[in-house]
Write a protein that binds this ligand. Structure first.
Ligand SMILES: NC(=O)c1ccc[n+]([C@@H]2O[C@H](COP(=O)([O-])OP(=O)(O)OC[C@H]3O[C@@H](n4cnc5c(N)ncnc54)[C@H](OP(=O)(O)O)[C@@H]3O)[C@@H](O)[C@H]2O)c1
Length: 223
């Protein structure tokens, strides 16, 4: 019997690639996204839900209760626009989807994991989890994701729940909008990184390291 994995944000990009890889190896996926996803068979169940809609947390709890056991929760949902396109108008949604929805997801899965004294929570963050003049809300939301999950690691570890943050560089999805995308990897390569995190549960995984080093060098000029 494979693991039962909740993935929030799995209709496209990295989340969809991870969904397919988990199913291929015998795990079960409970997916959540706004768009529908064509059925991938008996190991796959999908729900349509908007993280920004009121009642997101309550609906997520209902889906989890119907599925009964979640071994692993992966928060993969994300949005991000360059600052120039909308000013600060879209920032509330960016912070809500990238960070607020993660907090709701942790809150929804924790009671079951706590009761069973085991479970795993993984969040997809970014190597760009720092101040950014080109995408301030995205950088801030990802800084929140990284800090929140790193902070949860010890207290939830004491309850038997392992927490990991995955910091990715550019991945070739519709989210990678920059003209300059060094060291970009495919969604399937990103899914491989996440699968490894599902299996090893490190506190933190940063990939690729070359992008991390480049970002650290450039960070004084980013904001
Ligand atoms: N691509 C990159 O270069 C890159 C780099 C570092 C980190 N990341 C992170 O990786 C994660 C996945 O991104 P991706 O590149 O795979 O992007 P993507 O292809 O655009 O996928 C984003 C996913 O989030 C879901 N989502 C967005 N808004 C939602 C909402 N309001 N309610 C429910 N689901 C919502 C989307 O589903 P629906 O639209 O169907 O709702 C989709 O499944 C994000 O957290 C992103 O920040 C990406």
């Amino acid at each position: 019997m494979g693991k039962r994995v909740l993935i929030v944000g799995n209709s496209d990009g990295i989340g969809l690639a991870l969904t397919k890889r988990l199913i291929d190896r015998g795990d079960h996926v409970l997916g959540v996204s706004r768009s529908d996803v064509a059925s991938l068979g008996a190991q796959h169940r999908q729900h349509q839900l908007d993280i920004t809609a009121s009642g997101f947390y309550e609906k997520l709890c209902e889906f989890i209760a119907a599925d009964q056991v979640i071994d692993v929760a992966v928060y993969c949902a994300g949005i991000g626009e360059p600052f120039g396109t909308s000013g600060v108008a879209a920032d509330t949604d960016t912070i809500r989807v990238n960070f607020g929805g993660l907090a709701d997801t942790v809150r929804a899965v924790l009671p079951g994991m706590r009761e069973r004294k085991k479970g795993q929570i993984i969040g997809v963050s970014s190597i760009g989890d720092l101040a950014s003049a080109s995408a301030p809300a995205y950088g801030a939301s990802k800084a929140g994701v990284t800090a929140y999950l790193r902070g949860l690691r010890r207290p939830l570890g004491a309850l038997g729940v392992r927490v990991s943050v995955v910091r990715l560089g550019f991945v070739a999805t519709k989210m990678a909008k920059s003209d300059f995308r060094p060291f970009m990897i495919t969604p399937d390569a990103a899914a491989s990184v996440l699968l490894n995190v599902v299996d090893q549960a490190p506190a933190s995984k940063t990939h690729p390291w070359t992008m991390h080093v480049l970002t650290r060098i450039l960070s004084p000029f980013m904001a």
